[in-house]
Design a protein around this ligand. Structure first.
Ligand SMILES: Nc1ncnc2c1ncn2[C@@H]1O[C@H](COP(=O)(O)OP(=O)(O)O)[C@@H](O)[C@H]1O
Ligand SMILES: [Mg+2]
Length: 265
C-alpha cells in the first residue's frame, strides 16, 4: 500500500510562493545598485558606504576655518586622480591665495589646471544669479565642453543670501539644484554656517540636498577640535556618530573610531 505523504505546503500555496519569488527577483532587477563616488577624504568613505551617490548634490556645512575648502579641493583632486575633470566655482577665495594655501597641503592645483584636469571660476554670487537666469551661461559651457564630472560651489550660502524673501530663496535653490542635476555631475555645495546654530539660509538647501555633512570646529578642553558628522545621506546606511578629524599635509584625515563631542546638542 502506498504511504500517504503529508505535504507541509499545499500545492496551490507552493505555486503562489514561487510566483512571489519570481516577482521579487524582477523587482530587484528594476533598481540598479547605487554607484558611489569616493570623496578621497581619508577614512570618511567607509562611513558612507564608499562615497557620495553618483550625480548627487551634497551639502557641506561648517563654520569658518572648519576645513570646508580643504574638503572640497581634496574631493576634486580625488576625481582628478581617477581620470575625471573637475571644476571649482568660488565666490570666497581669490585664485592665487587659494592655490598657495592648497600647495601648502600638497595639492598642486596649478599643475592640474595646466594639464586641463582642473578648472577654476572666480565668480560673484550676482554673476551666478545671472547665469541661472540665462540657464547655465559660462559655467555650463565649461561643464559640457570639458566633460566635468565633479563640481564644487564655494559657497552656496552667499548665493542664496542674494535673495531676501523665503520664496525667492527657495526658487533660487531649486533652479541651482536642477541645473546641477542636468549636468550629470557629482556636486558639493558649501554652506558657510555654524552647524551648532540655527541655519537660516540653508533651510532651502537642506530640503533639496541628497546629503548633508556637518563639520564642527569647537572649543575642547585645551584647544579647538574638529568633528565631522553625516546628518543625512539618501539611500545610504551611514554612520550616526561624530568622528574627529585633523587637517595636515595631504588634507583631511578622519579618525576611524567615533568620538563624543565636547558639547551638548
Ligand atoms: N598646511 C596646513 N597644515 C595644517 N592645517 C592647515 C593647513 N592649511 C590649512 N590648515 C587649517 O585649515 C584651516 C582652513 O581650512 P578651510 O578649508 O579654508 O576652512 P573653511 O573653508 O571651512 O573656512 C586653517 O584655518 C587651518 O586651521
Ligand atoms: Mg572656505
Amino acid at each position: 500500500m502506498k504511504k500517504k505523504v503529508k505535504r507541509t505546503v499545499p500545492k496551490k500555496k507552493k505555486k503562489a510562493a514561487s510566483k512571489k519569488k519570481k516577482r521579487k527577483i524582477h523587482h530587484r532587477r528594476k533598481f540598479k545598485k547605487i554607484e558611489r563616488v569616493p570623496t578621497g577624504i581619508k577614512n570618511f568613505d567607509r562611513l558612507i558606504e564608499g562615497g557620495f551617490e553618483k550625480n548627487s548634490t551634497n551639502l557641506l556645512v561648517g563654520s569658518s576655518g572648519s576645513g570646508k575648502t580643504v574638503f572640497s579641493v581634496q574631493f576634486l583632486i580625488e576625481g582628478i586622480k581617477r581620470g575625471e575633470k573637475c571644476l571649482l566655482v568660488s565666490f570666497e577665495e581669490q585664485k592665487e591665495a587659494l592655490y598657495e594655501n592648497m600647495a601648502e597641503l600638497g595639492f598642486d592645483l596649478e599643475k592640474y589646471e595646466k594639464e586641463g584636469k582642473f578648472f577654476f571660476i572666480e565668480h560673484t554670487p550676482e554673476k551666478v544669479k545671472r547665469m541661472l537666469e540665462e540657464g547655465g551661461g559660462e559655467i555650463e559651457t565649461i561643464v559640457l565642453s570639458k566633460n566635468i564630472s565633479r563640481i564644487v560651489i564655494d559657497s552656496a550660502t552667499s548665493f542664496i543670501l542674494l535673495f531676501d524673501k523665503e520664496l525667492e530663496k527657495k526658487e533660487a535653490a531649486l533652479s541651482l539644484f536642477n541645473l546641477l542635476k542636468g549636468w550629470n555631475c557629482t556636486s558639493l555645495l558649501i554652506s558657510e554656517e555654524n552647524p551648532l546654530e540655527e541655519r537660516h539660509s540653508s533651510r532651502v538647501l537642506d530640503l533639496e540636498a541628497d546629503s548633508i555633512i556637518l563639520m564642527y570646529f569647537i572649543k575642547g578642553k585645551k584647544e579647538r577640535e574638529r568633528y565631522i558628522e553625516i546628518l543625512k545621506m539618501r539611500g545610504t546606511n551611514h554612520s550616526l556618530k561624530a568622528h574627529r578629524y585633523v587637517i595636515r599635509k595631504g588634507g583631511i584625515v578622519v579618525s576611524k573610531s567615533p568620538s563624543k563631542m565636547p558639547i551638548k546638542k
